[in-house]
Design a protein around this ligand. Structure first.
Ligand code: SF4
Length: 92
C-alpha cells in the first residue's frame, strides 16, 4: 500500500503511527529492513517475532486493523493474505 492510500484508508490511525514513528527516532525493528514484506512466510514469521520488541506494536496493529492491511507484517502479525490457486484435474 502506498503512503497516500494508507493515509486514505485509515487517516487517524496512519497519523498516529507516523507521529509515533517520528518520536522513536529509528528504534523500531522494521526500519530499513525488507523482511517485513518478504516473499517467504518463514521470513515474515521471524519479522513478526521481532515486532514484539517494538514500542509501537499497539499503534502499528491499530493502524493495520483499521486499514485492513493485507501485505506484510504489521504489529506482530503477518497479515499477508494467502492466495490459492486451485487446479482441478479432469479426464478428457
Ligand atoms: S510493530 Fe510495526 S513499527 Fe514495530 S517493528 Fe513491527 S511492523 Fe515495525
Amino acid at each position: 500500500m502506498s503512503r497516500s492510500s494508507a493515509a486514505m484508508a485509515a487517516p487517524k490511525e496512519y497519523f498516529a503511527l507516523t507521529v509515533a514513528l517520528a518520536k522513536v527516532e529509528g528504534c523500531v525493528p522494521c526500519r530499513g529492513r525488507d523482511e517485513w514484506h518478504g516473499d517467504e512466510p518463514t521470513t515474515r514469521a521471524r519479522a513478526a517475532d521481532a515486532c514484539w520488541d517494538c514500542p509501537l506494536i499497539r499503534t502499528c496493529a491499530a493502524y493495520a486493523d483499521a486499514a485492513n492491511e493485507c501485505h506484510g507484517v504489521w504489529g506482530g502479525q503477518d497479515r499477508t493474505r494467502r492466495t490459492t490457486t486451485t487446479t482441478t484435474w479432469s479426464p478428457r
